[in-house]
Design a protein around this ligand. Structure first.
Ligand SMILES: C[S@@+](CC[C@H](N)C(=O)[O-])C[C@H]1O[C@@H](n2cnc3c(N)ncnc32)[C@H](O)[C@@H]1O
Length: 248
């Protein structure tokens, strides 16, 4: 996905069910943490408000612009704890190390090829301190083989609303899901803006992820079926992994 000008609507459709999970983990880890695909800082801001030093990397200047606008409204101590950087999660390097690197909202699925996944996890490994943690969530779509669509709407004010339409379908040969995303803004029922975004995501199963992590030097320490730390049931709509950097 390109996360272009329609990024201004991203937070309208957000769900914050993951925030408490990542905030508790970050507070427990202490020190400096890094979010990959930080976007509008939906999660990162909450961590900084809780006293955590958070850095974030994202490839979309549009998403980072939204994040910076939100950050400007925070008090000085929160602003001091956050740092955003334009960059690619498959190719990032910092001089500093992190106690935790976390990847919310299924963002790892944007690493579609095995090479992308491997590059991302190699960077994560190098950026983590010894014994540091990697945490992320992925979606589980039982019907991923079918094409599917859904539609949501949000009111902006009394006259305006934004409608989001999503089409997704899986390529049976590659197992990659193509996603078309439309955002439409209406003023008194008249279309005033329309944005189209197109992208691809990889749907992982638990075994894929465990193999990937093992091959890149991580030990899986926890797997959950939801953000309340419930064990996986086999029919979960998402999976959450916590893995530890093993020493070579
Ligand atoms: C689903 S959004 C998640 C945003 C935020 N983490 C959240 O949870 O609200 C995915 C984000 O990942 C970013 N992204 C996707 N692929 C990327 C890449 N290869 N490098 C850097 N950022 C990437 C997008 O620009 C977007 O902001």
């Amino acid at each position: 996905m390109n996360y272009g000008p329609a990024s201004k609507f991203y937070d309208l459709f957000k769900s914050d069910e993951d925030v408490d999970f990542y905030r508790r983990l970050a507070v427990r880890c202490g020190g400096r943490v890094l979010e990959l695909g930080v976007g509008t800082a939906r999660v990162a801001l909450e961590l900084a408000r809780a006293g955590v030093e958070v850095w974030g990397v994202d490839a979309s200047q549009y998403m980072l612009n939204v994040a910076n606008t939100k950050l400007r409204k925070e008090n000085a101590s929160v602003r001091k704890r956050i740092k955003f950087q334009l960059g690619d999660i498959r190719d990032f390097h910092f001089n500093e190390e992190f106690s935790l690197i976390y990847i919310p909202s299924s963002t790892l699925e944007h690493c579609v090829s095995e090479e992308d996944q491997s590059r991302c996890l190699t960077c994560v490994y190098e950026a983590l301190q010894d014994g540091g943690l990697l945490a992320f969530d992925i979606s589980q779509r039982k019907d991923a083989s079918k094409s599917t669509w859904w539609i949501d709407r949000r009111e902006l004010n009394q006259q305006e609303e934004v409608v989001r339409i999503i089409f997704s379908r899986m390529n049976q040969q590659t197992g990659v899901v193509s996603v078309d995303l439309f955002f439409e803004r209406y003023h008194d029922g008249l279309l005033s803006e329309r944005f189209h975004e197109l992208g691809e995501v990889r749907i992982f199963d638990r075994g894929d992820v465990e193999t990937l992590l093992k091959n890149r030097g991580f030990k899986v320490v926890e797997v959950y079926g939801d953000f309340n730390h419930s064990p996986p049931t086999g029919s979960d709509s998402r999976l959450i992994f916590i893995a530890e950097k093993k020493l070579e």
